[in-house]
Design a protein around this ligand. Structure first.
Ligand SMILES: Nc1ncnc2c1ncn2[C@@H]1O[C@H](COP(=O)(O)OP(=O)(O)OP(=O)(O)O)[C@@H](O)[C@H]1O
Ligand SMILES: [Mg+2]
Length: 317
């Protein structure tokens, strides 16, 4: 992205702490032994990158920003070029972190090895804020964890800056970053049930408790709270409505990125002006497409449309 251009897109996603997701297949993986790798796959990842890929596959124009280590950004640049995504990532010194998943089909176990993320400098943060502000877009998705050395208030500050510029925000993060960002009143948030429980400091048993917790967030200026609950589906709550979307039985390949796909579906629903029930169906279909296929982005529009028909939606009690 040229520093002087102001790209126009339907949505921009922000990923401050992306990762290269590497899966290494080792049968009978044993600690303290020499282990032979049977197969390796590596793909660019990070929550906002996943959201952008799904939105682009659904036909939307998308931009991405955040931080990428300049020494290993090739796979990201290739993905953005392949999907026609406008690359607004700020390159910083060093390497983007890698997350290694050691998958052991023999023992049916997965071992995670997560490299630390790269710490951006204050100057890098200024560049990011400037670049994000330059995008002409109605929607900005802010998601994922915060890299080392960056204050947990960063999302609050970015969201406030974006709202002042008239952008609508979808926020998908957790812990202190989520708590602080709520002060800036993002339009839509998508906590999973565990993130919501941590936020409100209570365990939420049953739909009424979930809806009540969502309402406390609406009272603080959020316009839609989507609480995802894994295979139980998701609860879409606005000031006037509650819609519960339940997925059909599917054969799960991997649940990694289910939430990111759901966020992409929520944005697609907003861009298309869908009513809440249809938005809930579409977002759930995006998540189901994600978990029934490997790779980045959507498998096909036909599959998403077919899944949409299988999602049950009802108005909550
Ligand atoms: N096992 C499953 N079976 C059917 N649907 C699922 C399953 N797991 C996830 N989903 C779908 O994906 C949506 C999001 O899943 P989940 O609540 O696990 O998100 P998350 O914890 O935010 O995920 P992520 O790890 O991507 O952040 C669910 O609301 C549901 O529609
Ligand atoms: Mg999530």
């Amino acid at each position: 992205m040229q520093a002087t251009r102001s790209p126009m897109v339907e949505a921009v996603t922000v990923t401050l702490n992306p990762a290269i997701d590497q899966t290494v297949v080792i049968a009978n993986f044993t600690v303290g032994q020499v282990n032979r790798v049977e197969q390796v796959t590596s793909q660019p990842g990070g929550k906002g990158v996943n959201v952008a890929a799904a939105l682009a596959d659904y036909g939307h124009t998308v931009g991405v920003t955040g931080f990428l280590g300049r020494e290993n950004d090739g796979a990201f640049a290739a993905l953005f070029a392949q999907k026609g995504i406008t690359d607004g990532f700020v390159r910083i010194d060093g390497l983007t972190r890698t997350g290694v998943k050691v998958s052991d089909p023999a023992q049916q176990q997965t071992t995670d090895i997560n490299y630390p993320g790269q710490a951006p400098t204050p100057a890098n943060l200024d560049t990011l804020s400037h670049r994000l502000g330059q995008f002409h877009t109605p929607w900005v998705v802010v998601s994922g964890s915060i890299p080392p050395g960056v204050p947990p208030t960063i999302y609050r500050d970015l969201v406030a800056m974006l709202i002042a510029r008239g952008r609508q925000i979808v926020l998908d993060t957790s812990g202190d970053a989520l708590r602080a960002a709520l002060e800036a009143a993002p339009h839509i948030i998508k906590p999973n049930i565990h993130e919501l429980e941590a936020l409100v400091g209570a365990s939420l048993m049953g739909q009424d408790a979930v809806v009540e917790a969502a309402h406390t967030l609406l009272s603080r200026g959020v316009q839609m709270v989507v609480v995802s609950m894994g295979k139980e589906g998701a609860c879409f709550v606005t000031a006037g409505r509650v819609v519960v979307a339940r997925p059909p039985d599917v054969t799960v390949q991997s649940t990694v990125g289910a939430g990111d796909a759901m966020v992409a579906g929520i944005v697609a629903g907003q861009l298309r002006g869908l009513p809440l029930t249809e938005c809930a169906r579409l977002a759930t279909a995006f998540s189901l497409d994600r978990i029934t296929h490997m790779g980045v982005g959507l498998s096909s529009l036909a599959h998403v449309n077919a899944l949409m028909e299988q999602v049950t939606v009802d108005r909550g009690a």
